[in-house]
Design a protein around this ligand. Structure first.
Ligand code: ZN
Ligand code: ZN
Length: 544
């Protein structure tokens, strides 16, 4: 690379003063800009980067962006943007503002799209949205980036409303748009919207490829319409493995393990080679229906016949199913045989089962193993301390976690009602009718307590759940969503809730009781499967 003469000089000058602070560079660049030497400012910036001794700070970046703006140098601005994303400076308004302004002078949506894409890839939906709103020249790619990014970044509700805006402004969605929107409907359980999207696809004459066919099967099964999913599946002429996988996974979340087995034989019969996702669906189905033997057989088949090396998730599913069935020693044998380090989920499954089946000895072994493996993991340490009844330590670890800002996943639930998707976050008050919802919830909980419901107070079982422990278990998102449904609908209507995490023991017991007391069917789809609560019991047979 040939260095510009000027840059060489700068480099020489800078290298002699390499220990000075980043603000000094920002001062030099700012001085050049004020003198009107804009090109020089850009070259100075390049020279700083080239020297590699110091990282430009947010002031430097925003000054250079100012220079780009005056010079209308979009390419340079884009390269700065890449750095901004990498270094996380976008949080500074002084950097974000000129970036957003830069969108105004680029006629080509490419620049804006690059920024939106960058933010989405680094998980910053809100910043992407800010930039997107400023873009005066959106194209279908811009909309697709926002919708797909929203779904990927756990903002499906927003993704769906962006899709509505897109239609309202007469942009023509394409296959990519539809596959993202369907996936958003699947996450939130928005059946009505999903059906409408399917209809739109037909109206737009969108040809079904395997991505769209899988997305439709996935949407219908996750929205509780397994029969429609099957119809869509049967109508696909040439099914590739992803379509089969969507159907197998769909049957698995409905707890239809026998149908999964049948479909798998059909798949083999038609000469389609299964992949690791196929087997994950099968193992999950076996696990949630207690088909241990079938699960083990397929786990072997996967390796012996299809030469697919089991991944962490497959081992996890095996440990899970053996643990649930009370085969704790066997589960532990699998853990020991794993070629990779078991993750949190795997250990949680064993720890939880050790508690349920009262195997203190293996529980202690597991605890020791976990402590040595995960000494850095505060969440798990807290579980371990709780498990071994060292309550003082457990409290202390929780304090540390709080201070360090380590949190478990935030529980989110969605209900589709009146053409809208409503979102509920565990413990929050952001819903406009939050107060009334809490009142309903309070009365409901009182009532089921009188009927004999005992809230789960077991610290360990609470802690081994995926969801962060809210101060009040009563505020888990699926309970809020259920209360909202009760508030808004007439008695007898079926209640439908979709949730992003696995439902906890307390909520599960609560739902059973509410279904009996109110004589209503409650359908909750959690991360793993459907639960249909009716007259005090659940379709999963408490096996999830
Ligand atoms: Zn819960
Ligand atoms: Zn259940």
């Amino acid at each position: 690379m040939v260095l510009h003469k000027h840059s060489k000089q700068c480099l020489r000058a800078y290298s002699t003063i390499s220990l000075i602070s980043p603000s000094f560079y920002s001062f030099i660049i700012r001085a050049s800009i004020e003198k009107g030497a804009l090109q020089k400012a850009l070259l100075d910036y390049k020279a700083i980067l080239f020297s590699g001794t110091i990282q430009p700070d947010h002031r430097t970046l925003s000054s250079v962006l100012d220079a780009c703006k005056i010079l209308l140098n979009i390419r340079f601005a884009t390269s700065i943007h890449a750095r901004v994303i990498k270094t996380g400076f976008q949080l500074y308004p002084s950097v974000l503002a000129p970036l957003v302004e830069a969108l105004e002078w680029g006629a080509d949506p490419l620049f804006g799209n690059l920024i939106v894409d960058g933010y989405m890839k680094s998980g910053e939906f809100d910043n992407a949205n800010k930039v997107f709103k400023q873009m005066s020249n959106r194209d279908v790619v811009s909309w697709n980036l926002m919708i797909a990014g929203g779904v990927r970044n756990a903002r499906p509700k927003e993704a769906l409303s962006i899709f509505q805006q897109m239609l309202g402004l007469n942009f023509k969605p394409n296959g990519f748009t539809f596959s993202s929107v369907l996936s958003g409907c699947a996450r939130t359980g928005a059946l009505r919207e999903g059906k409408r999207v399917h209809q739109l696809m037909i109206e737009h004459g969108i040809e079904l490829n395997s991505i769209l066919s899988s997305a439709l099967v996935d949407m219908y099964s996750k929205c509780g319409r397994i029969q429609t999913a099957k119809q869509v599946f049967d109508n696909v002429q040439r099914k590739d493995v992803s379509v089969w996988n969507a159907m197998i996974t769909g049957l698995a979340i409905h707890g239809l393990a026998l149908d999964v087995m049948e479909l798998f034989s059909r798949m083999e019969g038609e000469g389609v080679t299964p992949d690791s996702i196929t087997f994950l669906g099968i193992l999950t189905a076996c696990s949630h229906c207690g088909l241990v033997e079938e699960g083990c057989r397929h786990f072997d088949l996967m390796r012996s016949h299809y030469s697919i090396e089991p991944q962490l998730e497959h081992y996890g599913a095996m440990v899970d199913q053996l643990s649930r069935a009370g085969l704790l020693e066997e589960a532990y044998t699998i853990i020991k045989a794993m070629p990779m380090e078991p993750d949190m989920v795997t250990w949680r499954a064993l720890l939880s089962a050790c508690r349920t089946h009262g195997n203190a000895k293996l529980g202690e072994v597991a605890v020791e193993q976990m402590a040595s493996l995960y000494s850095g993991d505060c969440v798990l340490l807290s579980n371990i301390y709780s498990a071994s009844k060292r309550w003082d330590n457990a409290e202390r670890v929780r304090d540390v976690m709080k201070k360090m800002g380590i949190r478990k996943n935030r529980g989110l639930s969605w209900v589709e009602m009146g053409g809208f998707v409503h979102q509920f976050k565990a413990g929050d008050r952001s819903h406009p009718e939050s107060n009334t919802i809490r009142e309903v919830l309070g009365r409901l909980s009182q009532r089921i307590k009188m009927e004999g419901f005992v809230p789960m107070m077991d610290l360990v079982l609470m802690d081994v759940s995926e969801e962060e422990k809210e101060g009040n278990l009563n505020l888990h998102s699926e309970k809020l969503a259920t209360a909202y449904w009760i508030l808004k609908t007439s008695p007898g209507t079926e209640i439908r809730v979709s949730k992003n995490l696995r439902t906890c023991h307390d909520c599960h017991g609560w739902m059973k009781m509410v279904s009996r007391v109110l004589n209503r069917v409650i359908v909750v789809r959690d991360r793993i499967r459907f639960h249909r609560f009716e007259n005090g019991s659940c379709s999963c047979g408490d096996y999830w």
